[in-house]
Design a protein around this ligand. Structure first.
Ligand SMILES: [Zn+2]
Length: 357
């Protein structure tokens, strides 16, 4: 009995020890698996700290979405492809006259809408979080109708070449806005691509935009075949279309046509859909030596030599200082002679503009 029970106890003890070993192996393995799974998020002094209060839950403000519809005030028809600026965001309405701008901050925003043949519309809207809608009605009034006196039927086209310039173009635009005068900007592609906001501002403020080639390099444009010129025009057209939604058909040859365009080039350019716009009044500011006083004098001299029925196409540049001082005086002298200002529209008759120079 004793012998048996001692053997039995020994066996039980052995069994208990085996169980303990087995249990510790199982527990050890489980612990290994647990720590392996925890792995990367194993506690470190850093993430054992309680979360900061600010991280717990502070609702982030919902950005505003603005949906706009643009209508003709008189007919109530929607206006398609209308450029709209909302603060520093730029949009174009679709064919149903609507546009949506996402991710705006709630609060006041300035809206500018402009369609060809309509007065520029500006207003300030207050945006709330989430979605706001607005309907904008544009008036069909020419830009300078209210500000002009009785004209004698003659038009003056201010044409401003070689920009946009971040330094001078905004100042020129400020003068034109103050004087309520539309102009036509012949833009250089390599400059336009660096200043898309300025290109939009020109157009949104009611001015016309023309193509003045991508490079403005006489050697590149006129030194080889006419294809170089056409390539530079289409490259600029693509840049302007990416900014404004259209590629202008009016263009001006850098340096003018005479001495630059060879015999059949003008017809080749015209066959590609471009309308050439030259000038018959020069302010002379193509030269870096010309002062603002000389610009005014040159312009007056040319204006007074025009025939009694001639329109004036006035050449200026917005890449140097003199235009800023000269422009208000040139506008006043041109008005005093009975001209009414207009932008050169793509539909302007080719022959009227090309003849003369
Ligand atoms: Zn030029």
């Amino acid at each position: 009995m004793n012998m048996r029970s001692r053997r039995q106890r020994k066996a039980e003890k052995k069994l208990r020890r085996r169980k303990q070993v087995l249990l510790s192996v199982v527990l050890g393995g489980a612990a290994l698996i647990f720590f392996a799974a925890w792995g990367s998020s194993a506690p470190t002094p850093e993430n054992l700290r309680p979360p900061k209060k600010a991280q717990v839950s502070r609702p982030t403000p919902t950005p505003a979405t603005l949906r706009l519809w643009i209508f003709d005030q008189a007919t109530k028809e929607v206006l398609a492809n209308t450029p709209v600026s909302i603060g520093r965001h730029f949009l174009t309405t679709d064919t149903s006259g609507s546009a949506a701008s996402f991710g705006l901050s709630p609060g006041g925003v300035d809206i500018t809408a402009r369609a060809r043949g309509y007065a520029i519309h500006t207003e300030t809207l207050f945006l709330e979080s989430g979605e706001n809608t607005a309907a904008i009605h544009l008036k069909t009034i020419a830009l300078n109708e209210a500000s002009e006196g009785v004209g004698f039927g003659r038009k003056a086209y201010l044409t401003i070449d070689d920009g946009p310039s971040s330094r001078w173009t905004p100042k020129v635009l400020d003068v034109l806005r103050r004087e309520k005068v539309p102009a036509t900007f012949f833009l250089v592609g390599r400059r336009a691509t660096r200043q898309p906001d300025l290109v939009r501002r020109i157009y949104l403020e009611g001015h016309e935009v023309g193509n003045h080639t991508y490079s403005h390099s006489y050697r590149e444009l006129y030194g080889g075949s006419s294809q170089n010129l056409l390539d530079s025009l289409s490259r600029n057209g693509e840049i302007l279309a990416s900014i404004l939604g259209f590629s202008p058909s009016i263009w001006r040859p850098p340096g003018g046509a005479r001495g630059n365009l060879r015999s059949d080039w003008e017809s080749r350019v015209r066959a590609s859909g471009y309308v050439t716009v030259l000038w018959n009044v020069s302010s002379g500011d193509g030269s870096t030596q010309t002062t603002s006083r000389q610009m005014v004098k040159n312009t007056i001299d040319y204006l007074d030599r025009l025939g009694p029925k001639d329109n004036a196409i006035i050449l200026m540049h917005d890449i140097r200082a003199p235009i800023v001082t000269a422009l208000p005086k040139i506008i006043a002298e041109t008005r005093r002679r009975g001209f009414q200002f207009a932008g050169v529209e793509d539909k302007t008759r080719v022959r009227d503009l090309i003849s003369g120079r």
